[in-house]
Design a protein around this ligand. Structure first.
Ligand code: NAD
Length: 308
């Protein structure tokens, strides 16, 4: 089968593109290389097309990608500190709308990346239809994508459209993200450099941290599960862990001492507790997270160490 992965030069998109290739599929990566990195695609043997998804409605070139059996839409502005509302909405929501229009016309199933950012600081556990209170324009753009998707699902019930709200993803392929890379990545490098890891007081804030291999699994299930699975789903582990846990696991893996420095949190908005309710993801998509936080960090650090 032939699949398009938008944002395929990015962290999650590149992991997905490799996994699809490994399953024997024909894969075309579409990316504008605005934040992704070519190094994520070294060893990738499919096609790579440089295309700005925000201009998809003007691009005749998109037709040349046909035939397609499915689209995995990962392309987005992913830096949550970007405050340009117009740009964020155009790239994240409007491009998605045009992509959906095209996909519906061509009858191509779409699985797209949403985010736990739609929940803002709502109380955990986060349920798909509750507490939709995004606290920044990034979270709002993902909320708008989900509303767009739901409208298309209602009007085109025959069309497969699946939204996946990723929680805090970590794993190989994120180094290009700089300050937006996961805290596992940041803290590992701080500790490795012999620096004292720094956490906002007192490190007990909780997140549902999810290893990228499980994100890939959710995408594959969303595309290949039998029956009508259109909808919006959470993708996390279903368990929240603290930043103190993260440091303890990294230190244990590196056989080093834990010397955390706790600092004041300068942010007015900060999520204190996220935790995915994954009952529908498990029930309808058959998704089973395979990596505990301990196993995910161990696998990730092994990959980081072998890449050095
Ligand atoms: N990493 C996480 O923790 C996380 C959490 C929730 C949701 N998500 C979502 O998952 C998806 C992938 O995120 P990621 O972490 O891999 O980020 P990333 O920044 O590594 O990947 C995004 C990719 O999209 C590309 N891109 C951006 N604008 C584009 C455009 N107009 N046209 C074509 N390509 C474009 C970038 O060049 C990049 O390669 C995004 O939609 C993001 O919002 C990620």
């Amino acid at each position: 089968m032939r699949f398009m992965v938008t944002g395929g030069a990015g962290f999650i998109g590149s992991n997905l593109a490799f996994a699809l290739k490994q399953q024997g599929h024909d894969v075309v990566v579409v990316d504008d290389f605005s934040s992704g990195h070519y190094k994520n695609l070294i060893g990738f043997t499919g096609e790579v097309v440089t295309m700005d998804m925000a201009r998809i409605e003007e691009l005749a070139e998109v037709e040349s990608l046909l035939p397609l059996d499915g689209i995995f839409h990962q392309a987005a502005i992913t830096d949550t500190t970007v405050m340009d509302q117009k740009r964020m909405m155009k790239v994240n929501n409007d491009a998605f709308r045009h992509l959906l229009e095209w996909a519906v016309e061509k009858e191509i199933p779409v699985v797209y990346a949403s985010s736990a950012g739609v929940y803002g600081n709502s109380p955990a556990p986060n349920r798909v239809d509750q507490g939709l209170l995004p606290e920044n324009i990034y979270g709002f753009s993902k909320y708008a994508m989900d509303m767009t998707a739901r409208s298309f699902m209602e009007r085109h019930p025959e069309q497969r459209i699946v939204g996946l709200r990723y929680f805090n993803v970590y794993g190989p392929g994120e180094s290009h993200k700089g300050h937006a890379a996961s805290m596992v990545y940041q803290l590992y490098h701080q500790i490795l450099a012999g620096k004292r890891p720094r956490l906002f007081k007192h490190g007990e804030q909780k997140r549902d941290f999810i290893y990228v291999t499980d994100i890939v699994q959710a995408n594959l299930r969303a595309m290949f599960s039998e029956g009508d699975v259109s909808g919006v789903y959470n993708v996390g582990t279903g368990t929240a862990r603290t930043f103190n846990d993260m440091i303890a696991i990294i230190c244990r893996e590196l056989a080093t001492e834990n010397t955390v420095e706790y600092i004041d949190n300068p942010y007015a908005f900060y999520q204190n507790h996220t935790e995915a309710d994954i009952s529908a993801t498990q029930g309808r998509l058959g998704y089973r997270p395979e990596y505990t936080f301990e196993a995910g960090i161990a696998a990730y650090l092994k990959a980081l160490q072998s890449a050095r």
